[in-house]
Design a protein around this ligand. Structure first.
Ligand code: AMP
Ligand code: ZN
Length: 150
């Protein structure tokens, strides 16, 4: 979709700090991170939210796209644990009432290093990178760890 920001990020029209680029899914750092390394996993195909993903009636391409997204979420959680220690939250918001602000399916993977607040808080923009180099180094570490975990 031309007016969808995540379609445009997936297509490379809008810059992002990508940590994974696959045939059917991409992952990139969230622009307003809740924690260091907070990333988003999105399908290249435009589904508006999780409720819009077809179930039993899905075609082979749709099944493959959803499977790739889920596998990258899994690998990103493992990468978060490996790179930062501690754990990770996976967050998916379906619908405005649930806090969804971008209408293209995405899963948040939010690293939670040891020593953080428990239970963790879900506050957009709670974390700030020191500078662009710090952000790029974080993306590089996650990119390598995701590639290893796939
Ligand atoms: P949600 O509230 O679940 O719809 O989350 C949307 C997320 O997209 C928020 O965490 C935003 O910070 C993030 N976001 C919006 N625009 C961009 C962008 N251009 N690049 C990276 N992340 C973005
Ligand atoms: Zn889209």
């Amino acid at each position: 979709m031309d007016d969808c920001i995540f379609c445009r990020i997936a297509g490379g029209e809008i810059p992002s700090a990508k940590v994974y680029e696959g045939k059917r899914a991409v992952a990139f750092l969230d622009a307003a991170p809740m924690s260091r390394g907070h990333l988003l996993v999105v399908p290249r195909a435009h589904w508006k939210d999780l409720a819009a993903v077809p179930g039993a009636g899905a075609g082979e391409e749709e099944k493959a796209a959803y499977a790739e997204v889920c596998d990258v979420v899994r690998a990103a959680a493992r990468a978060a644990v490996e790179v930062f220690g501690g754990g990770a939250n996976v967050l998916q918001c379906t619908g405005e009432e649930a806090g969804q602000t971008v209408g293209h399916l995405h899963f948040h993977v939010i690293p939670r290093p040891k020593g953080g607040k428990v239970p963790p808080e879900f506050v957009s923009g709670a974390y700030r990178y020191a500078d662009d180099a710090d952000r790029a180094a974080t993306a590089a570490a996650l990119r390598d760890a995701i590639a290893k975990a796939l």
